[in-house]
Design a protein around this ligand. Structure first.
Ligand SMILES: [Zn+2]
Length: 118
């Protein structure tokens, strides 16, 4: 018998939306100020750390994501989890169908829709 369940790592790709002028917004986790960086510059250079222009805080780039971006990331992860759960229950419903002792009906969980905050 094989021991242990292998966990699948799921990597989500999240593209941070740039505004009409091609800038990406960031938010300082310390002082809360918002500042923008050019999306092109951001793509071509391998920036790991950012610094806040107001308070000077230096931190990893992912701590400067705005709450909109974080919400979107959470939503992508959440919707993916809902997909898995819905599929699991659907499979369960199908396998229960052939069993006359079990009656099982699944209702799908609805996904959340992320609305872009302008
Ligand atoms: Zn700051």
């Amino acid at each position: 018998m094989e021991g242990g369940v292998k966990c699948q790592k799921k990597i989500f790709e999240l593209s941070i939306p740039a505004d009409d002028e091609g800038y990406i917004a960031f938010e300082c986790p310390y002082c809360g100020i918002r500042f923008k960086l050019e999306a092109e510059e951001f793509k071509t250079s391998s920036i790991i750390d950012l610094y806040c222009p107001a308070c000077g805080l230096v931190n990893q780039i992912n701590s400067f994501y705005t709450h909109e971006v974080i919400e979107k990331a959470e939503e992508i992860a959440m919707n993916h989890a809902i997909d898995i759960i819905n599929k699991m229950f659907k499979d369960l419903e199908c396998s229960a169908r052939s069993n006359k002792f079990i009656k099982f009906k699944s209702n799908s969980i609805k996904k959340r829709i992320w609305q872009r905050i302008v």
